[in-house]
Design a protein around this ligand. Sequence first.
Ligand code: HEC
Ligand code: HEC
Ligand code: HEC
Ligand code: HEC
Length: 158
Amino acid sequence: MKNHVLRPLWVAIAFVALILLVRYVIVPKDFGVQGESFTFNYYRASNVQEWKDFPVSYLGKDVCVECHEEKGTLLESSPHAIIQCENCHGPGKDHPETENPETMIIDRSRLQCLRCHADLHYTDTSRAEIPGIDPNEHNVDSECVECHDSHNPDLEDM
Ligand code: HEC
Ligand code: HEC
Ligand code: HEC
Ligand code: HEC
């Protein structure tokens, strides 16, 4: 074969060899050790443990009511029953284990409630699942929690 054919061939072979070498060096040793199938195999085996160790931020209502039973009972039979405590109080991670157990957020602002209750004029209010009020009309100068109980907003109990 002539040189002008051989030379690019060598370059191509060297290029492929380089890719294989780089792959050998950078692909972790526990990648794809679970068999041949590409569907369930293209991950590092150690990644499973890494996700198990990932600290969870939200604990869920069942954890909160272990200590705050009274609040749990109140919320449970109220129109707010489906809302998670942490939806309003923020993630419970590290609470109450930290030095200061009162780290949970208590947001009494109107904005806290308006996230869900601001009337959206473009929805069909007769079908809306969450009753909406007009923030510019409904008792403008007071915080909502001065009149409504966040853990039991039932209008009958006001
Ligand atoms: C192991 C028991 C325990 C668990 C579980 C727990 N708390 Fe607490 N929580 C406490 C203690 C103790 C305090 C501080 C004393 C107090 O004010 O009741 C506190 C305080 C709070 C406060 C502030 C009270 C205040 O008056 O400042 C809020 C809000 C709160 N917790 C919400 C939650 C939520 C939401 C969860 C679930 C993510 C939760 N707690 C889980 C024990 C617990
Ligand atoms: C809709 C939002 C919302 C939800 C859901 C909610 N809270 Fe609250 N929470 C508040 C607000 C607002 C306050 C402050 C109330 C006030 O000052 O009148 C508060 C106050 C508290 C306090 C301390 C003050 C008090 O009234 O004793 C604790 C403890 C607490 N919540 C725990 C919980 C737990 C536990 C859950 C779940 C079972 C929960 N909350 C669900 C909004 C909420
Ligand atoms: C995460 C969304 C959410 C947040 C935040 C929220 N609510 Fe609600 N609220 C609801 C839902 C859902 C209902 C029940 C709708 C139904 O089933 O009728 C409701 C119902 C109500 C009702 C009507 C009760 C009745 O008897 O008809 C009032 C009043 C109310 N909430 C006040 C508040 C106040 C005050 C706050 C702030 C502390 C607040 N809500 C925060 C979702 C929310
Ligand atoms: C001064 C007391 C007061 C304040 C402050 C207040 N409300 Fe009300 N709210 C009431 C009363 C009384 C009713 C029942 C009669 C009515 O519909 O006006 C009511 C009704 C509601 C209803 C039910 C509406 C419906 O169509 O069924 C919702 C939702 C509500 N309020 C949310 C809020 C939110 C959110 C805030 C804060 C942005 C707030 N309220 C502030 C007194 C108050």
